[in-house]
Design a protein around this ligand. Structure first.
Ligand code: UDP
Length: 376
């Protein structure tokens, strides 16, 4: 045996939330696990590090939010959450608007003061745009929900730079991630439970994988020796890209990537909010995070700002977002059918399932997989 030197029961490929949850639960049931992770750290894209007392999210802002009480209780075993409520501000060519779309936004856009006035304005714009019936794409869905003015100023530019394609070529569900509400409520999410871990996300993974029956090997690439891993381990949990698992044999699934630029400034408050979105088409970044506002932590005299730039994905870059349009969904189904032939492999996570999952959905999916695997 080259890799399965300790008679491991499970090989877990990827130390993100799916893999870590599976490993933790398997170890609690007496199973021996080897976790291999291509990167030099745990947590997948949830990884955070501390700098000047500030928790910086290396792969973009992650706010935990869920309605799922069992999942909320589950993650609370590993961390305390700080009660942060995400309230995003949009900057469109120097004008500021509250997000998500709510009475504050409608007032700032049109001067309307009641829900009835806002609804009338939206209905008028929807009608003028000729939108009837089921929206066929993101643009139609957005105009149907909040009218053309908000679509033009707060959605079109942001969406097209974020996804690198026309809003008419994107599925409508993407914009339904954001609430539309007729109250003066700037909470970015509708969920009951929300927050950011007090000690950062990485601490969750340190705790989950701290078990005698779990070994972790960082900077270890499954694809450097895929066939040997497949031959040596009785069960494998794979959380990487499903198309890469099959060496892209049916073609590449499309992903969207992002890159980040950070700067340290000598002030403790540069932009007055954790996240400001730049919704015009010209600004090359989509949003700017000021990390200390996520948890009111940090040294007194410094702040860290991070700009998020969307970019095309290629095999040298990290895959962040699956592009769940029709073409890719069809291709994904082909890969998923192929995956069924590998009885010893369980695929999960955003990349393994090619789904635009939120964190809570990944923890939930992992717990479901655990239940299926162990029948308890
Ligand atoms: N979106 C937008 N304007 C904004 C924020 C979001 O048009 O100011 C759209 C955009 O298409 C984005 C989608 O809403 O991809 C989902 O936004 P969310 O904040 O959920 O994206 P994530 O945080 O996952 O990148």
């Amino acid at each position: 045996m080259k890799h399965n030197t300790k008679k491991y029961d499970y090989l877990i490929v990827g130390a993100g939330p799916f893999g870590a949850t599976f490993a933790h639960e398997a170890a609690l049931r007496g199973k021996r696990c080897l976790v291999i992770e291509r990167r030099g750290h745990l947590g997948g894209n949830l990884y955070t590090h501390q700098e000047n007392g500030i928790n910086v999210h290396d792969y973009g802002a992650h706010i935990f939010h869920t309605d799922n009480k069992p999942v909320w209780d589950y993650v609370n075993q590993f961390t305390e959450f700080n009660g942060y409520i995400n309230q995003v501000v949009a900057n469109y060519k120097g004008d500021l608007y509250n997000l998500p779309f709510n009475m504050n936004t409608f007032y700032q856009m049109w001067g309307v003061k009641t829900p009835a006035e806002a609804q009338a304005k939206i209905a008028e714009q929807r009608e003028a745009a000729g939108i009837t019936g089921t929206p066929k794409n993101l643009e139609e869905q957005a105009i149907s929900l909040i009218g053309t003015d908000i679509y033009e100023k707060l959605i079109k530019g942001y969406t097209e730079k974020q996804w690198g394609r026309k809003a008419t070529e994107l599925p409508s569900f993407i914009i339904r991630r954001l609430p539309t509400r007729f109250t003066f409520d700037n909470n970015y999410f509708n969920h009951r439970y929300q927050g950011v871990p007090v000690a950062g996300y990485t601490a969750i993974f340190d705790k989950m994988l701290d078990h005698d029956l779990i070994d972790v090997r960082l900077e270890t690439d499954f694809f450097a020796d895929k066939d040997t891993y497949l031959a040596e381990f009785p069960r494998i949990v794979y959380t990487g890209m499903i198309d890469q698992f099959f060496d892209y044999k049916f073609g590449e699934l499309e992903y969207r990537s992002v890159r980040f630029e950070s700067e340290l400034l000598a002030t403790n408050n540069a932009q007055g909010n954790a996240v400001i979105n730049y919704t015009d088409a010209e600004t090359p970044y989509t949003r700017v995070m000021e990390w200390r506002h996520f948890d009111q932590n940090g040294d007194d005299d410094v702040t860290i700002l991070t700009r998020e730039y969307p970019q095309d994905w290629d095999r040298q870059k990290e895959a962040y977002y699956p592009v769940n349009d029709e073409k890719n969904s069809t291709l994904f189904k082909q890969y998923r059918a192929e995956a069924k032939k590998y009885e010893k492999v369980i695929m999960g996570g955003r990349l393994g399932n090619y789904q635009y999952y939120d964190m809570d959905q990944v923890f939930h999916a992992a717990l479901v997989a655990v239940k299926q695997e162990f029948k308890q």
